[in-house]
Design a binder for this molecule. Structure first.
Ligand code: NAD
Length: 476
């Protein structure tokens, strides 16, 4: 089986120790990824520190040219890289294509943003002084990314960090390292100076400990679970290391009785089932107002029954496998728990037997009590819990009754209500009559325990810049 290399200081390094990469559609390994320990990560951070000295001095426009080149290389290899995403993550191929397209767009966006790390000149209060506020790159960045959008979520960190003038050591998720290898190949082909971008893999807690404790690593950017986010926060307390955290979510989708039925069903289907329900912004709880409930529920169930489950490489598949056995068991447990608490299972919910891999039939639960596990914890599966509500106040309280605050969806044709509800929801992103909020130009991130900071948009590069004040005494 092919052992894929890591990318360290401009070199491809295959190690003796390696870990299998599993295709979730079969449960079988199909490749291996090289693994290194903490000592080699330390060397990578040193190389990144050396590279930083010259990378930071390049004009933003020149760094942008490199980023455009990486984007062009990804674009050229889009078919093959999309296939790699599907092989290691399981998502349907057309969604992998969309992921590559989004990654390319992010790279072009930050290539242009590299020119715009603007500071400002502040009017002096006393004579003979001038004050500048300048933006400087933070230094070496340790980036840790998850498996659910394995390419695009890594690019959301690497592209703005490089644009800002930082250098990056990336640790992708253990389950999905191969599209990160493909990304590193695109970086290599774009001829970035050695050490500017490096790819490592190995035991996650060890690598994270090196990022946290090594003084050369000046910033950690992490996307993953709130649980691991908490570990990083406590680790960062010792070194006071700055963290950007994109953590878990539990998005409510609220359908008011004045909503356009077809439009809200369409958007709620995408918000729930994209990426086989394994999205941080997946609508985990669907609240439907009593006046539209009897029409919304059957329409949603009908559409769910029509979803085609299969290997993401097959034609016409809407729902791929879950990432692993543990993900599948959690989904089954959430269904059993909801039913035991009085919910009705309208369709699906059973493991698909007769084929290998981690497949579940997409499910719709109705009348789900607020205390059910699926209404509180991330299910990360194609399971849609639906509940009925009566008043705006009631649904806002239900929607906000969670530790998370990443994303929320509102369906209404009443503009006053849209604004009222939007302003009351405790959420970093709010989609009104829309199921896919992410775009390169706008900030992505959560409030409450969904994280710290924002990716994308103007804020995306700001996360890797330090604001400094320069006070000058002048004889003028
Ligand atoms: P995870 O927290 O298990 O893993 C994320 C990354 O952290 C991986 O690279 C993993 O190897 C690493 N890791 C695991 N244990 C670690 C440790 N002890 N110390 C340091 N690093 C460690 O999350 P996951 O299962 O890969 O991803 C799913 C989670 O990510 C969900 O909670 C989801 O909501 C969240 N997520 C959030 C966003 C967002 O933008 N807010 C986006 C996607 C996913």
């Amino acid at each position: 089986m092919k052992v894929y290399p890591l990318y360290l200081s401009g070199e491809w390094v295959t190690t003796e120790s390696s870990k299998p990469v599993i295709n979730p559609a079969t449960g079988d390994p199909f490749a291996e990824i090289s693994m290194i320990g903490r000592d080699r990560v330390e060397v990578a951070l040193e190389a990144a520190h050396d590279a930083f000295k010259s990378w930071r001095k390049l004009p933003g426009k020149v760094r942008g040219v490199y980023l455009h080149r990486i984007a062009d290389n990804l674009e050229q290899r889009k078919d093959e890289i999309a296939k790699t995403i599907t092989l290691e993550n399981g998502k349907p191929l057309q969604q992998s294509h969309a992921e590559v397209g989004l990654a390319v767009d992010h790279l072009h966006w930050f290539a242009e943003e590299a020119k715009r790390a603007y500071g400002r000149i502040v009017p002096n209060q006393v004579e003979g002084k001038r004050h500048l506020v300048i933006k400087s790159p933070m230094g070496v960045v340790g980036a840790i990314s998850p498996w659910n959008f394995p390419l695009v979520l890594a690019v959301r960190k690497v592209a703005p960090a490089l644009a800002a003038g930082c250098t990056v050591v990336l640790k992708p998720a253990t389950q999905t390292p191969l599209c990160a290898v493909a990304f590193a190949e695109c970086v290599h082909a774009a001829e970035l100076p050695k050490g500017t971008f490096q790819l490592v893999a190995g035991p996650a807690p060890e690598i994270a400990a090196e990022f946290l404790e090594n003084r050369l690593c000046r910033k950690i950017t992490f996307t993953g679970s709130t649980e691991v986010g908490r570990l990083l926060i406590s680790g960062a307390a010792k070194s006071v290391k700055p963290l950007s955290l994109e953590l878990g979510g539990h998005a409510p989708a609220i359908v008011f009785e004045d909503a356009d039925l077809n439009r809200s069903v369409d958007a709620a289907m995408i918000a729930k089932f994209r990426n086989t329900g394994q999205s941080c912004i997946a609508s985990n709880r669907i609240y439907v107002q009593r006046g539209i409930y009897d029409r919304f529920l059957p329409a949603f169930v009908e559409r769910t029954k029509a979803l085609n489950v299969g290997d993401g490489l097959e034609e016409g598949v809407d729902i791929g496998p879950l990432i692993d056995e543990a993900g599948l068991n959690k989904a089954l447990e959430h269904i059993q728990d909801a039913v035991a608490q009085g919910a009705r299972l309208n369709c699906g919910g059973e493991r698909i037997t007769g084929r290998k891999g981690f497949f579940i039939q997409p499910a719709v639960l109705s009348d789900v009590p607020h205390d059910a596990l699926c209404m509180r914890e991330e299910t990360f599966a194609p399971i849609a819990p639906i509940s009925v509500f009566d008043t705006e106040e009631e649904v806002i309280n239900l929607a906000n009754d969670t530790i998370y605050g990443l994303s929320a969806y509102v369906f209404t044709t009443n503009l006053d209500r849209a604004f009222r509800v939007m302003e009351s929801l405790e959420s970093g992103m709010i989609s009104i009559n829309d199921g896919v909020p992410s775009t390169s130009q706008c900030p992505f991130g959560g409030v409450k325990q969904s994280g710290w900071g924002r990716e994308l948009g103007l804020e995306g590069m700001e996360a890797f810049l330090e604001t400094r004040h320069v006070s000058m005494g002048l004889e003028i």
